[in-house]
Design a protein around this ligand. Structure first.
Ligand code: OAD
Length: 233
């Protein structure tokens, strides 16, 4: 393996599972309880904004009450030990990486932020958002959760792809590999010649694409993996 200078880490709902936040696609997960087309598309919001707000209001309260676990803490420790070398990208909207002290790129938005559908202004969302709330910048009654819905373009893609194309190691933690473009990052990393490692409780849809696999609960395997990286530095 070439010298480890740049690391990109992608996280998904599995890293927050042991903090008490349900994942999407594990048994009994969020997408078994709700239909994506009812709560996580722009069309759903246009059709029934109250239902969509209710879905995210519940999740916002749950996330606000959740604490980061040993996996979030270990990634923050890795970033602090290796300043400027570790780009942490998350699909999660729960804010637990920040609570652990990490700097993170939110490709699917954040529960704690609101977005104006009219002028794209963003601000800290109230704990409960409601239909017709106005934007503090343009006054349009167009406030929505700052969440990337299905059919919308994830945020910060240029920064993320640039980092992947120049990284030496790409790791994916607790993600099922079912949602693009994040699911395709491992292939991008391999084309760039990076080493690839998947950390997950079980095989994912993208397991075949990774060279190395670490299997187990994130709160156990992530701290051990971070220790190994720091020792081998
Ligand atoms: P999923 O629910 O699709 O996948 C969760 C993954 O975490 C699975 O691969 C599990 O095996 C793994 N997992 C569960 N518990 C774990 C644990 N304790 N330790 C380690 N791994 C564990 O969640 P994501 O892949 O994050 O997007 O989903 C991707 C996107 O789909 C989400 O960001 C969301 C969703 O629809 C939007 O809402 C736009």
């Amino acid at each position: 393996m070439r010298k480890l200078e740049r690391i990109v880490i992608l996280t998904g709902a599995g890293i927050s599972a042991e903090s008490g936040l349900g994942t999407f696609r594990d048994e009994g997960g969020l997408w078994a309880q709700h239909r994506i087309e009812d709560v996580a598309t722009p069309e759903a919001f246009a059709h029934d904004p109250a239902r969509v707000h209710q879905f995210y209001n519940v999740r916002r309260v749950q996330a606000a009450g959740a604490k980061p676990n040993a996996a979030h803490q270990a990634l923050a420790r890795l970033q602090a030990a290796w300043p400027g070398h570790v780009l942490l990208v998350t699909q999660n909207v729960d804010g637990l990486h920040e609570k652990a002290g990490a700097e993170v790129v939110h490709m699917h938005g954040e529960l704690s932020r609101a977005l104006c559908a009219a002028c794209e202004h963003r601000w800290d969302s109230p704990q409960e958002m409601s239909v017709g709330e106005t934007c503090p910048a343009c006054d349009a009654p167009a406030a929505r959760p700052d969440i990337v819905w299905f059919g919308e373009m994830p945020y910060h893609m240029e920064q993320i792809l640039d980092a992947i194309q120049t990284c030496d190691l790409f790791a994916a933690i607790g993600t099922s590999g079912q949602v693009y473009p994040a699911a395709g990052f491992v292939e991008e990393a391999r084309m760039a010649g990076a080493a690839t490692v998947e950390l997950n409780l079980r095989d994912s849809d993208m397991t075949h694409a990774f060279e190395e696999h670490v299997t187990g609960p994130a709160s156990e395997i992530v701290p051990q993996w971070v220790d190994r990286l720091l020792q081998g530095r």
